[in-house]
Design a binder for this molecule. Structure first.
Ligand code: C2E
Ligand code: CA
Ligand code: CA
Length: 558
């Protein structure tokens, strides 16, 4: 029909002639609408870009409107309505987001003017559709405002908050398990999911707030003039809407973490603020996900330290655990005071040469699971050293600390076996001490793991007995060869009748169940003597008999 109208109208043909010349040089896409016939002339490039049916069409809006981003439809329609109002100034700009043939959104500006006849009735609409500069680009997948728009909005909001003396917030929301979806489904599916999630989150925000799509699985939010409570409430609604999305589609499970920073309280430098919001998000994820963390300078400092250490450890592991060291603390026979073995204790030497305590860095190795590769190195070193020292003392025993997460793979089994074989050390000289026993919930699993080692002939010990609340109950679940009674038990032994009895009967109980007992943290002669004379422990370990020492120094004892 459009073609017929074109053929039958001289005027239209003339317009088409000019139009075709114009489109050769235009920066944007020229567009002319004959308002009397409804014929629209489009540039070939525009037809190509947006997959439109042809360069001459009559019902343009039927094809164009569905491509417009839903939230911008109102702007688009009301923009058009203005054009035809009587007394209109004649020139217009409408900005909105529109989706191209590849499904990518971008911002466009329609700059147009209306031509009227002598009676004032609009007869021609003509103008250019221009893709706007990248600052206003929409995110191609979700249609939300993108990172560039976010950067600019942060700058504006901070400046305006300072001017008005208000407090605002920048919030970054990250999807916790979106990468799992990437792995499980095709790319197309995760674009659809991302678009839906973006939409659901946008829907729970107050209308004056924009949602921005940032890198990866992250969304941004800028909230001028707000409070901590408001930010927390919004985060709860976002969580709720994701949960509802999950109920609607059980295959797709997402949770969100978020980091927020308040300006100007925590800074006025836009890039710095964004960095801090991002760090708060990372911290929230790190601390167990599904939570909102508000940036604080102290937590940030700790986190940076954590990140730096993590990197240093990773680098060290690549270089064969350079920077790690094993110290050895003597273990003596409780009655004869004879040296029977040592506990291998890990040390980390910082760049400035300072030796860091394992109570600081072991939790980091555990959290990052780097304890698994480092544990391999510990086993290898400790077994080698034990074999070496057996030259001087043939019955020398070596104890190694093992974290729970080392049991979760078969890695430890393999490397223990390999090290014993490599250095030809009989398994009975090795003891594995399980630390963090208070945190274990699945005892059956731990027992199964340890049974494997016990069948090999390696001994198993429960470390830090007496720390936490459930130690006695643990004896019921955990089958082991040795119990190590923690220092807290012996600290007050000379002053407290209660502690004396507790230690004595605990030792008796353990021994009656077939377990040997080692008492840790013995620092004074009097304490040692009391324990030796009254309590009947098997092994003693403590500063009284020696502190943890480097290999070379310990060796002199032998
Ligand atoms: P732990 O296994 O209970 O090790 C004994 C800790 O008590 C050592 O601290 C030791 O220096 C300290 N100690 C021993 N006797 C005395 C004493 O008489 N007085 C006092 N005040 N302290 C004494 P260290 O070396 O700082 O190790 C702390 C913890 O770090 C260890 O506690 C263990 O849980 C963990 N750890 C150390 N090395 C490793 C390792 O290679 N792997 C794992 N998973 N954890 C380790
Ligand atoms: Ca230990
Ligand atoms: Ca201990």
């Amino acid at each position: 029909m459009a073609e017929e109208l074109l053929a039958s109208s001289d005027q239209l043909q003339r317009i088409k002639f000019y139009f075709d010349i114009l489109q050769k040089t235009a920066e944007g896409y020229p567009l002319v609408t004959d308002l009397r016939t409804g014929v629209v002339l489009l540039s070939a490039h525009m037809v190509e870009e947006y997959d439109l049916p042809g360069t001459v069409i009559t019902n343009f809006d039927r094809y164009w409107a569905p491509l417009i981003y839903s939230e911008d439809l109102d702007t688009y329609e009301s923009g058009y309505d203005h054009i035809f109002e009587p007394g209109d100034p004649g020139e217009h700009e409408i900005e909105y987001r529109v989706r191209n043939r590849k499904g990518e959104y971008s911002w466009v500006r329609f700059h147009c003017a209306v031509g009227r006849d002598k009676s004032g009735a609009p007869v021609l609409l003509s103008g250019f559709i221009t893709k706007m500069d990248r600052i206003l680009h929409a995110d191609p997948v979700t249609g939300l405002l993108n990172r560039f728009a976010f950067d600019r909005a942060v700058e504006d909001s901070v400046a305006s908050a300072i001017a008005k003396g208000e407090m605002g917030a920048i919030m970054m929301v990250g999807l916790d398990n979106f990468h799992l979806l990437n792995e499980a489904y095709e790319k197309h599916f995760d674009d659809v999911a991302m678009r839906e999630i973006g939409q659901s989150i946008a829907n729970v925000l107050p209308t004056h707030l924009n949602l921005y799509k940032l890198d990866g699985n992250e969304f941004g939010l800028i909230w001028p003039h707000t409070s901590r409570e408001e930010v927390e409430i919004i985060f709860s609604s976002i969580q709720l809407c994701l949960r509802e999305a999950k109920e609607a589609n059980a295959n797709v499970f997402f949770s969100a973490s978020a980091g927020a920073v308040f300006y100007p309280d925590s800074g006025t430098e836009p890039l710095e603020l964004q960095k801090h919001a991002k760090a708060a998000l990372e911290m929230a994820k790190e601390q167990g996900r599904e939570q909102l963390l508000v940036f604080s300078q102290e937590e940030y400092r700790d986190w940076l330290r954590f990140i730096n250490l993590q990197h240093a450890f990773e680098e060290s592991i690549e270089k064969g655990c350079q920077g790690f060291q094993l110290f050895f603390q003597p273990q003596v026979d409780a009655i004869t005071k004879e040296l029977i073995g040592a506990e291998a204790l890990l040390r980390w030497q910082e760049e400035d040469g300072q030796v860091m305590s394992p109570t600081v860095f072991i939790p980091i190795l555990e959290r990052t699971r780097l304890i698994i590769p480092v544990g391999r190195w510990i086993v290898e070193r400790a077994v080698r050293t034990c074999k070496e020292w057996q030259k001087y003392r043939p019955e020398f025993q070596m104890s190694i600390n093992v974290s729970l997460c080392q049991l979760e793979t078969t890695d430890l089994r393999e490397c223990v076996k390999a090290a014993l074989e490599k250095y030809d050390l009989p398994s009975k000289y090795l003891t594995l001490e399980l630390t963090e026993s208070q945190q274990i919930s699945n005892w059956q699993f731990v027992n199964e793991q340890f049974d494997y080692f016990r069948q090999m002939g390696v001994k198993v010990a429960m470390d830090d007995f007496g720390v936490g609340y459930s130690s006695l109950a643990l004896l019921k679940f955990f089958t082991c060869d040795l119990i190590k009674i923690d220092k807290v038990f012996v600290d007050n032994i000379l002053d407290s009748e209660f502690d004396r009895r507790l230690v004595k009967y605990t030792i008796q109980l353990c021994q009656s169940l077939g377990m040997a007992v080692c008492i840790e943290g013995v620092e004074e002669k009097e304490v040692y003597e009391y324990l030796a004379q009254n309590c009947g422990a098997d092994v003693i370990q403590g500063f009284y008999f020696g502190r943890p020492e480097p290999e070379r120094i310990f060796c002199e004892r032998l």
